[in-house]
Design a protein around this ligand. Structure first.
Ligand code: HAM
Length: 400
């Protein structure tokens, strides 16, 4: 028997209801904040992710579904959504137009990770990307919107925030950090020793407790931010305070993708297991120019839909629409025609087998229909259809 690949899951009933419920409501909230839907290809040139997510990240270094296609092109299943949206943004010349452009998207992402609870190889994200605003107001707006989405679904979370600085403050800080790391290098884990030369700030992301202890006295970026980044971060915190949004500043929050600068954030939930990040994002003001577009400030986030689905309940579905059933063979065709007509106004399903009234009522109930409509010999003779309201428990004869 052929089964789904390891780390890849079908979204079947009843999970499918949660999936649709989430997408409909999250999309409605995104639209209310001025974001419009876009779709980009799942397959992109590998170079796009190498240049944006970064060669030193685990995502690009270890987890890409990368292959050479039949035309000899080096391609890759997208591990995340931001890079493709930025590529489309530049290709469509939105960067040349200027102004503000806000998009949302959802779809499958692929990372060849070791599968475990909350960690899949094919998972789905709902993401947003906002281009053209450098002000901290947009950072707050984006965080507010993400909070609103999570609140809508009743998620328990903690918002973690950090600033990752910019090209002015990051390089001198990095040097300071490397000088410190030199003093503890021998005691660090192998991964951290590698990180020291590829992307030193990622040492803060290490899950090894010994490394975390060794890093305690390390210089932190927050105390080494340039004036512009410090002002931006403090202005954001002040706005969040005024909105009554609680947060934790987490100096270890460095994010697993290389394109971030200034604001970085994650929403984590104690209701998830070890993989507790339900959503993450941040500012990436240099990515558009780094991918050869015109410099454009940008910020966004993505929610992990499977992780969120672990924590949401779909409200009880109301009965809706009709179930049509035939009590005799001759009724099937007139019933089919009546069902098609009714479908112009309402949801309709039809049973193609001739059955007893009792069996049809049971089938209508199982289908979640509000009404069960049947035609038998008597109804045929009278050119009528018998309709039972399964909610109000009333019945009537209608003209066919
Ligand atoms: P990310 O933090 O890599 O950010 O992923 C966002 C969310 O996707 C995570 O918080 C998590 O819920 C979910 N996720 C990640 N990996 C897996 C996995 N293997 N299995 C299940 N869920 C997973 C990004 O992808 C950025 N593109 C977000 C962003 C948009 N930043 C700016 N704009």
């Amino acid at each position: 028997m052929i089964t789904a690949l390891r780390g890849m899951k079908d979204i079947l009933p009843p999970q499918n209801q949660k999936f649709v419920y989430f997408l409909e409501n999250a999309s409605a909230i995104a639209r209310r904040y001025g974001f419009e839907f876009i779709e980009t290809p799942i397959l992109e040139e590998t170079a796009l992710f190498k240049r944006s997510v970064g060669e030193s990240s685990d995502i690009v270094g270890k987890e890409m579904y990368q292959f050479i296609d039949k035309g000899g092109h080096d391609v890759c299943l997208r591990p995340e959504g931001t890079a493709g949206v930025v590529r489309a943004f530049i290709e469509k010349k939105y960067d040349r137009q200027g102004g503000i452009h806000r998009f949302f998207y959802h779809g499958p992402m692929f990372r060849y990770e070791r599968p475990q609870k909350g960690r899949l190889r094919q998972f789905h994200q709902f993401g947003v990307e906002s281009f053209g605003v450098s002000s901290h107001f947009e950072d707050a707006n984006i965080i507010l919107m993400l909070k609103e989405i999570l609140d809508f679904f009743g998620i328990n979370y903690t918002l973690k925030l950090n600033s990752l600085g910019c090209s002015t403050c990051m390089p001198p800080y990095r040097e300071r950090l490397v000088t410190f790391l030199d003093t503890i290098e021998d005691a660090l884990c192998e991964d951290c020793r590698r990180r020291k030369s590829t992307n030193p700030i990622r040492v803060f992301d290490c899950k090894n407790e010994k490394c975390q202890q060794l890093l305690e006295p390390a210089p932190r970026l927050r105390q080494n931010l340039c004036e512009v980044c410090d002002t931006h971060f403090n202005a954001l915190l002040s706005l969040l305070d005024q909105q009554g949004i609680s947060y934790e500043i987490d100096p270890n929050l460095v994010r697993g993708l290389d394109y971030y600068n200034k604001t970085a954030f994650e929403f984590v939930s104690g209701d998830l297991g070890a993989q507790n990040a339900v959503a993450g994002g941040g500012r990436y003001d240099k990515l558009v120019s780094f991918l050869d577009g015109k410099e454009t400030p940008a910020i966004g986030f993505a929610i992990g839909i499977e992780r969120l689905m672990e924590m949401i309940e779909v409200p009880r579905q109301e009965r809706e629409g009709y179930y049509f059933g035939a009590l005799c063979e001759e009724a099937l065709t007139p019933l089919f025609l009546a069902a098609s007509k009714e479908r112009e106004h309402d949801k309709v399903t039809m049973g193609y087998d001739v059955k007893s009234l009792r069996a049809h009522l049971k089938a209508a109930d199982k289908a979640g229909a509000r009404y069960c409509a049947v035609i038998g010999e008597n109804e045929l003779a009278a050119k009528k259809i018998w309709v039972k309201d399964l909610e109000a428990k009333t019945e009537e004869m209608r003209e066919l």
